[in-house]
Ligand binder design. Structure first.
Ligand code: ATP
Ligand code: MG
Length: 244
């Protein structure tokens, strides 16, 4: 975050840090992909069994219990899907040539009510003449939602969220920057925020997969995602997506 650290002094250190972080995450990705794959097959079999029993059962109590089992197995399936996305084992089929500003606008609009209710002011600083990007719009929207949800969570009593877009200084990428005025991330937690299941939120409020999913999607698009934060000042999320 330009106001938090001196970018010029630390640019090299920042790149090295990002490389080290990505290397570490790459080994976790491998493990995650293996676990997801191994869980997926028995989970599918379990879901099928539950569905079959649901179709034939008449006993009210049994049906209720089967519906619960179905709900929990769907929850596990959701976690497995997040692990697969984190490990970048995701399809590139649905990519299209799209503008990034309109996608951010669409995402912000879908969450407008929540920001208003929480008293969060949105400031948009869009570069209007950005080139289109080859992206999976659904996946990139998921990234924006996850980041915006984190800002919502960290500013329960209101604040400011600034969303900017611009061409990178090297002109080969588009940068999307989210800055919130929340209470920030403790220094010791910063290296862990992209790890699957890392969360500081109470159980049920977060599974700790949001940023892991963002990392998987952005890396899969050939880009990178960086987060800077300072306690009691706020957090900046910087996403770079290549122009190609
Ligand atoms: N904008 C932010 N401000 C402060 N802390 C943040 C912010 N974004 C992420 N974090 C920290 O990073 C952790 C991991 O974030 P992540 O989105 O991966 O998981 P989560 O929000 O805890 O749960 P989930 O996204 O799965 O519901 C959070 O628990 C929080 O401690
Ligand atoms: Mg989250």
């Amino acid at each position: 975050m330009s106001s938090f650290i001196n970018i010029t002094d630390s640019e090299k250190a920042g790149t090295e840090l990002l490389q080290a972080q990505n290397q570490r995450l790459a080994s976790i990705e491998q493990l995650a992909a293996g676990v997801a794959h191994e869980i997926n097959n028995p989970l599918m079999a379990l879901s099928t069994e539950i569905q079959l029993l649901l179709e034939t059962s008449k006993d009210k109590k049994l049906v209720e219990s089967l519906k619960n089992m179905d709900k929990f197995s769907k929850r596990i399936a959701g976690i497995v899907t997040d692990l697969v996305t984190f490990s970048r084992d995701i399809s590139t089929d649905a990519r299209e040539f799209s503008g990034i500003n309109s996608l951010i606008e669409k995402t912000l609009l879908s969450m407008k009510r929540r920001f208003k209710l929480t008293n969060i002011k949105i400031v948009k600083k869009f570069d209007k003449i950005l080139p289109n990007l080859t992206i999976d719009k659904e996946q990139i929207e998921q990234v924006f939602i996850n980041i915006l949800m984190n800002s919502l969570d960290i500013m329960p009593n209101g604040g400011k969220l600034t969303v900017s877009t611009k061409l990178s200084s090297t002109k080969d990428a588009v940068e999307i920057i989210f800055v919130d005025t929340g209470s920030g991330i403790a220094k010791e937690n910063l290296p862990k925020i992209f790890d699957p299941f890392f969360t500081t939120k109470p159980p049920r409020n977060g599974t700790g997969m949001g940023l892991s999913v963002c990392h998987g999607i952005i890396e899969n698009h050939g880009g990178d995602i960086k987060i800077d934060s300072e306690l009691n000042r706020g957090t900046e999320v910087l996403i770079r997506l290549p122009i190609k």
